[in-house]
Design a protein around this ligand. Structure first.
Ligand SMILES: NC(=O)c1ccc[n+]([C@@H]2O[C@H](COP(=O)([O-])OP(=O)(O)OC[C@H]3O[C@@H](n4cnc5c(N)ncnc54)[C@H](O)[C@@H]3O)[C@@H](O)[C@H]2O)c1
Length: 428
């Protein structure tokens, strides 16, 4: 039974409306105001409901899977061919691959593909499709890598292509990690290795140019990395020159590691070392601008001041970083693979997702004449990256010691460039 004087007495209003009206009347509100309040509550209720629906729809959008990125890895089988003299002859004369002795070892490509498939290169929410390329004698080993990837059930891995066909491998790729190359073995002249590799990079340049995605980003790892990248750029003129780089991040990371060990601080506290020039023994690891960040206060101090030993920075530090690859070969009887693969991921991740604020990294990029380096050389500079674009850090003070070493490594690159063109019999 409704209390006396209630509005909608005997009407068919629902119970809540009825109680609400009774409440208002008992509070002595006038009818017009009560209706207004009721409408306001209805609007509030509908608004809240709508916001919930929109939030739900938005979470659906942001949780939706991103489009997979196609990543090419050349030399993915990690299969080293034992270079007998016979083999060199066979390859040089393009005769056949039969009767060649193979020594199978897991190298950079083998270490790299699981890192990519796990999201270490492009992030934990970026699906990938791997295109793995190797040469015909490594086809079976490449299939084995494909089987292992399937057995690893990587959730980000949306497809794997294992092929020895360079055109198929390059088709539609957004990122190209050029690890495959001809290794230098005892008895081979530098020019012989250069001849093999520039020929490979010339051929792969045209496949990339014709079949890769228009904005494909390339990093050349295989040695001579800077000059292979220069040749790739030369023979893929429609790929923007800024998209062709080479790997010097391994040397950069090695320099960070040495400063961290010297000062007994975590490597994450060290930043802004530089590796200038060639990925070779003439490279110049430079700690003059490096910074040590205190993890607690965030306070920054000069690494050079903290090391307080310029002689060490100019001698031992240089030798250790430059000769680290040789030291690993001596100890492991194999060249560095894990650290090189990790550096490839670092290089691409920072390029695509950006360098942290106030931090630069070393990348082999096309010189624009910065720091007096011959324009067009593929030279390692300090760079910052934003929105998929790198920029050379400008305005660093270069002392006499640094100038001499930066010029020496540039000179070596200019000579390598001439040698590469002479191998391809191209006039430059
Ligand atoms: N830039 C750097 O910081 C850096 C660091 C370490 C190694 N490297 C260089 O990276 C390269 C790879 O090193 P690795 O230890 O993995 O060597 P590796 O010999 O173990 O593997 C090379 C792979 O490339 C393949 N290959 C050869 N010719 C090919 C071609 N035309 N197309 C596709 N694949 C081809 C081989 O079959 C092999 O699987 C070497 O040139 C090495 O000197 C560079």
């Amino acid at each position: 039974m409704a209390p006396d004087g209630c509005l909608y007495h005997n009407s068919r209003q629902d119970m809540s409306s009825y109680i609400f009206q009774c409440f208002l009347e008992s509070m002595d509100y006038d009818y017009g105001f009560a209706m207004l309040l009721q409408k306001a509550l209805v609007v509030l209720f509908c608004g809240t409901l709508m916001a919930k629906i929109l939030r739900h729809m938005w979470s659906f959008v942001i949780n939706a899977e991103k489009k997979p990125v196609k990543v090419l890895v050349t030399g993915a089988a990690g299969m080293r061919i034992w270079l007998s003299f016979l083999y060199i002859l066979l390859i040089s004369s393009n005769v056949c691959y039969n009767h060649i002795y193979f020594d199978i070892i897991g190298q950079i490509g083998y270490a790299l593909v699981p890192m990519i498939a796990r999201g270490l290169m492009l992030g934990p929410d970026q699906p990938v499709i791997l295109h793995m390329l190797d040469i015909e004698p490594a086809a079976e080993a490449l299939e084995a890598v494909k089987m292992e990837l399937a057995d690893s059930a990587f959730s980000l891995l949306k497809g794997v292509l294992a092929t020895t066909d360079v055109v198929e491998a390059c088709n539609g790729v957004d990122i190209a990690l050029m690890v495959g190359g001809f290794p230098r073995k005892d008895g081979m002249e530098r020019k012989d290795v250069m001849k093999k590799n520039v020929a490979i990079y010339k051929a792969q340049a045209s496949a990339l140019e014709q079949h890769a995605a228009a904005n494909c980003k390339v990093v050349v790892v295989a040695n001579p990395a800077n000059t292979n990248a220069l040749i790739l750029r030369e023979f893929a003129p429609s790929i923007p020159p800024k998209n062709i780089t080479c790997l010097t991040r391994l040397d950069h990371n090695r320099a960070l590691g040495q400063i961290s060990e010297k000062l007994n601080v975590p490597v994450s506290s060290v930043k802004n070392v530089i590796v200038w020039g060639n990925h070779s023994s003439t490279q110049y690891p430079d700690a003059n601008h490096a910074i040590i960040v205190d993890p607690g206060s965030g306070r920054e101090r000069s690494a050079r001041e903290m090391v307080a030993d310029d002689n060490w920075l100019k001698t031992e530090f240089q030798t250790i970083v430059r000769q680290r690859g040789a030291a690993i070969i001596k100890a492991r009887k194999l060249s560095s693979a894990l650290s090189a693969a990790s550096a490839v991921c670092d290089h691409m991740r920072d390029w695509i997702l950006g360098t942290p604020k106030g931090t630069w990294v070393s990348m082999g990029v096309c010189s624009d004449g910065s720091y007096g380096i011959e324009p067009g050389l593929l030279y390692s500079f300090p760079v910052t990256c934003r929105k998929g674009q790198w920029s050379i850090v400008q305005g660093l003070n270069i002392d006499e010691f640094s100038r001499a070493r930066m010029d020496a490594t540039a000179k070596e690159l200019a000579e390598e460039k001439l040698m590469a063109y002479s191998c391809l019999q191209v006039e430059k």
